[in-house]
Design a protein around this ligand. Sequence first.
Ligand SMILES: NC(=O)c1ccc[n+]([C@@H]2O[C@H](COP(=O)([O-])OP(=O)(O)OC[C@H]3O[C@@H](n4cnc5c(N)ncnc54)[C@H](OP(=O)(O)O)[C@@H]3O)[C@@H](O)[C@H]2O)c1
Length: 384
Amino acid sequence: MNDSNDNNAGINMPRRGFIGGVGLTAMAAALPSMAATERTNDSPSTVKTPAPGLRRLGGLEVSEIGLGCMGGSGFYYPFPGKARMISVIRDAVDRGVTFFDTAEIYGPFTNEEVVGEALQPMRQKVVIATKFGFSYNGNESTGLDSRPANIRRAVDGSLRRLRTDYIDLLYQHRVDPKVPIEDVAGTVKDLIAEGKVKHFGMSEPGPRTLRRAHAVQPVAAVQNEYSLLERSPEKNQILAICEELGIGFVPWGPVARGFLTGRFGEGTVFAKEDNRARVPFFFPEAMKQNLAVHDLAHRWAQRKGVTPGQLSLAWLLAQKPWIVPIPGTTDPWHLAENLGAVNARFTPDEVLQFRRELEAIRIVGERAAPGALAMSGVEAPEKK
Ligand SMILES: NC(=O)c1ccc[n+]([C@@H]2O[C@H](COP(=O)([O-])OP(=O)(O)OC[C@H]3O[C@@H](n4cnc5c(N)ncnc54)[C@H](OP(=O)(O)O)[C@@H]3O)[C@@H](O)[C@H]2O)c1
């Protein structure tokens, strides 16, 4: 997919008209003002966005909104070219974003190369987060593997691809049910002592495992899926543990993989190459019901003069001062729109009122297929 395929995914296209081409009338008229990010014939670089403020994740300081770079290497169709992703990453730096998220398994390997090339000229100004936790046969993942030797192999490869001699934030991507977390955290502690890694993170850990890991090597951030549509971190103790232990929290999927921006609707059909084709939240019957969540965001967004995507990001920012969402985008207009979320503040009363309305909505389906879900919330075995 080359860079000329960009034009059909923007905020001026009819919302809820994504690949399925449905609900085309519901759109442009229904969009809130969005003056700051309206797609025009000008270059998106002419759109000014406020510089995001800073937030702390454990001992790290990052921009209050980061950039998820995964979509630069597939996952959500249509796929961008490398040149476009590099340009979006550099645009984000120019707009004040200092926090960039990738992983060894995105591609695999190629996403780190794109991020490394994009950020090499401004390496000292940015925080790069990447993740380990899988083994490979060539370019095929052969499954979870957090044994110490595989962590070291992954880190050496990530450093090379990222064109750097340190990783700011190194997450375990998923808990390995065969490896005691003390061995994982101990290996990361050693890598920190060696200067190859600055901070330790975990993604989708079981709650006891998070506590055990933190006791060996303080965890700076947990990265779990969290959005208006998927609120499991509120229910599975993870946010509570982060608060108790002073761990930052990084929501992935903060605009529910595009759903909260209004680009899908009843009848949306995802390309088979698109990961969302396998997400039960977006199966036709579930989508019909779940659109109530987008519609709630849309109503509140209209009141605040922002977009539903901005409202959804602002809601995450309003939950706790140590939450830093990393919306993924491969589109410069969407980047500008997402960063504009810092203009959409919630008052404490509004947080409560919004939650009452949100909790009245019954959400249907799951965020992933059973096999993928089973890899989340896993508790690592005890050390013998
Ligand atoms: N730890 C983990 O297990 C895990 C899992 C998945 C992802 N992640 C990380 O989290 C990051 C974010 O998660 P995510 O990418 O899955 O979900 P997301 O940020 O909720 O959504 C990304 C999707 O939304 C679209 N989008 C973003 N902003 C938009 C806007 N303003 N208007 C319209 N569409 C918009 C993007 O398309 P465009 O490209 O067209 O903007 C893309 O298809 C990833 O990039 C990755 O770094 C981590």
